[in-house]
Design a protein around this ligand. Structure first.
Ligand code: ATP
Ligand code: MG
Length: 234
């Protein structure tokens, strides 16, 4: 069995008088790509925020294998670019992360090169297309050299061409030795990218299996229904 990256122990999160995440226990494998699937409102985004530490659980805990949280990065559906050049967006993030001033520019340019965006380095980030901005957001996250990258529906606002580019980049980042935890509504994308599927419904885990098993024959009724429903209108 793959080594654990983090373990969720009976996590619970409440807000607005509702329990949004309930009794969630799971072992997320290191150096794999875990895709969180589930219907709208299932709790995917809340769960990722709990894993990342942006939210505190009401009870239960997130246990990192190394004993403490490693460097993590998160990318959302819509990239948040600063009103600066692409390069400065990266060097600013590196500065916040405590990277020495003399190293920021080289590291940022190196990452931009590796993702094929070096030619955009001096452009104002906000004038880029949505797809380009999302790739910059990924480059900015990757520049931090995270042990784990959280991606919350990273291609939901993108057209198929831009989505394919983002998927390719996620593959490159994963191959570089970064664990990936991402949510998506796109079953094709889940099939292409996932090693493991974590299927949640109404704040609970309905299924957590290797992707091949999930797509061959989901074990839970919820997942089976979800796959049937998604396929009927995609
Ligand atoms: N701070 C909050 N206060 C109250 N309710 C919240 C809060 N954050 C999320 N919720 C509710 O919790 C539920 C789960 O939200 P979440 O955003 O995690 O769903 P999701 O699975 O990511 O959905 P989607 O597929 O639409 O992105 C939803 O019903 C949402 O309205
Ligand atoms: Mg969400």
């Amino acid at each position: 069995m793959a080594e654990a990256l983090l373990t969720l122990e009976a996590l619970r999160f409440d807000a607005g008088g509702h329990t949004l995440i309930d009794s969630v226990s799971a072992r997320i494998a290191a150096l794999r790509r875990t895709v969180i699937l589930g219907p709208n409102g299932a709790g995917k985004s809340v769960l990722m925020r709990l894993m990342h530490g942006l939210l505190e659980p009401v009870s239960g805990r997130v246990h990192w294998s190394g004993g403490k949280a490693p460097v993590q990065a998160m990318v959302f559906q819509r990239p948040v670019m600063l009103r600066r050049s692409v390069l400065d967006n990266l060097t600013y993030a590196l500065a916040l992360a405590g990277v020495a001033a003399g190293e920021r520019r080289t590291r940022a340019m190196d990452v931009l090169q590796r993702v094929g965006l070096a030619h955009l380095a001096s452009r104002p980030a906000r004038v880029l297309s949505g797809g380009e901005q999302q790739r910059v957001a990924l480059a900015r996250a990757w520049a931090l050299r995270p042990a784990v990258l959280f991606l919350d529906e990273p291609t939901a606002s993108l057209d198929p061409g831009a989505s394919a580019e983002v998927e390719r980049l996620i593959g490159v980042i994963a191959a570089d030795g970064c664990s990936i935890v991402m949510s998506t509504h796109n079953l094709g994308q889940a099939r292409r990218l996932a090693d493991d599927i974590l299927f949640i419904d109404s704040g609970r885990i309905a299924e957590h299996t290797p992707a091949a098993d999930f797509f061959a024959a989901p074990r839970s009724a919820q997942a089976e229904q979800f796959i049937r429903g998604e396929l009927s209108w995609t």
